[in-house]
Unconditional design. Structure first.
Length: 402
């Protein structure tokens, strides 16, 4: 496929489809207290539903990649969005906590296509610098939804029940299906489609994972998700309960973080004309781990409490902005050697990403301390993982050069 077919409407559509992930993740964050009360799950039960969502995304992507390599990009994407729409409607009507968790997991299995297939479509049509630029455009649209989602969720709750949040997700998915049917070309030609039995599927994944360029860059990408989801899962408790933010103020701050993440991706895209991609990536890694260490140190010393709200917010923003450089660069590098099975490689990348995202959302709930300490510890653990993965990438690169 020629990159010329990745027209602006197609890129925007791919971004809007990709945004389903953060939409379903972030829009109901302000509703956590009401959801726990309505479904009877108890304290912190809403945070577990977020972990269920991440787990479903991780599992779903294992199968979505091979399906898209076998049947093309368009049909699996349409079916997955339809499953997500049905599950979102289920979340809107249930009154049982266990059933709600089931529908969240089912919705993630279907919604996993929104993470796998847009990346594969970009890989079908563009690589290298052009691929990074388009990925940055996708990330720009992707970043708009986290900026809007919590505020949109708060607005929906102001005029009705938290259940309307999931009805809105249902409508969004239906509109995305229509966009896929009428705008998106199938970028994987029939003669490039590959059928694999179950054994062949796992053999392909084994081959992908054993490729050092993929493995190390995918781990960088995945640990950046650990950092992000450590923040996302603990944010309602830290900012609404500990710092006393209103749902509206919490939504505004969440949006500010998303704006700085987007700003990072766009500065990264502009700098690619002058600075090597790997240099930008490694510079961002150094930035994130340094800010993470400062954040943790100040938090343990008591300098990010209620009387230091601005400092805490600034440190979080600075870390999230650094992830705006890491995410698109590590994504393109991890897929750079997998032209013939971009769907499977994209799926494995997503499985890594959401597995560690799930782990981050769970671990931060187990970490000791009060206030912002668990958040700071979780984000720093993720930053250390990014550093270790970067060092492994340099090791393999140096070994290959010798």
């Amino acid at each position: 496929m020629s990159a010329a077919l990745l027209t602006r409407p197609v890129v925007i559509l791919l971004g809007l489809v990709t945004a389903i992930g953060p939409l379903a993740t972030d829009m109901y964050l302000p509703a956590f207290p009401q959801l726990e009360k309505a479904l009877g799950g108890g304290n912190d039960s809403a945070q577990f539903t977020l972990g269920v969502w991440f787990l479903g995304l991780a599992v779903g992507q294992i199968f979505q990649g091979p399906l898209s390599d076998r049947f093309g990009r368009k049909v699996p994407l349409t079916i997955g969005l339809f499953v997500f729409a049905l599950a979102s409607a289920g979340c809107a009507i249930v009154n049982d906590y266990s059933l709600f968790c089931f529908y969240r997991f089912l919705g993630a299995l279907g919604g996993a296509v929104s993470a796998v297939i847009p990346r594969a479509v970009v890989r079908d049509g563009a690589t290298g610098r052009k691929g990074v630029q388009i990925m940055a455009q996708l990330t720009l649209v992707f970043g708009v939804m986290p900026a809007l989602a919590p505020s949109l969720g708060s607005l929906v709750m102001r005029f009705g029940s938290w259940r309307n949040i999931f009805w809105l997700e249902t409508v969004y998915a239906i509109l995305a299906i229509l966009g896929v049917l009428f705008i998106l070309p199938d970028t994987l030609a029939v003669d490039r489609r590959i059928f694999l039995h179950l054994k062949g599927i796992f053999q392909r994944y084994k081959t992908i994972v054993h490729e050092p360029v993929f493995l190390t860059n995918a781990l960088i990408n995945a640990f950046s998700s650990f950092v992000m989801f450590s923040y996302v899962s603990s944010a309602p408790a830290v900012f609404e309960q500990f710092l006393g933010f209103s749902p509206q103020l919490f939504g505004i701050f969440f949006g500010i973080n998303a704006v700085f993440f987007i700003l990072g991706t766009q500065i990264n895209s502009r700098l690619l004309h002058r600075v090597p991609l790997t240099t930008l990536l490694e510079g961002a890694v150094l930035w994130v781990v340094t800010i993470g260490a400062v954040f943790l140190g100040l938090t343990l010393c008591g300098f990010t409490g209620t009387e230091h709200r601005l400092l805490l917010c600034l440190l979080v923003i600075m870390m999230i902005a650094g992830l705006g450089f890491i995410t698109p660069n590590s994504t393109v590098l991890s897929l750079s050697r997998h032209d013939q099975h971009a769907g499977s490689a994209s799926a494995m990348l997503g499985t890594f990403r959401f597995s560690l995202g799930f782990l981050g959302s769970v671990v931060v709930g187990w970490l000791p301390g009060t206030g912002a300490i668990p958040m700071a510890m979780g984000m720093f653990i993720g930053a250390l993982g990014i550093v270790c993965s970067t060092l492994a990438r340099r090791h393999f690169k140096g070994h290959r050069n010798h």
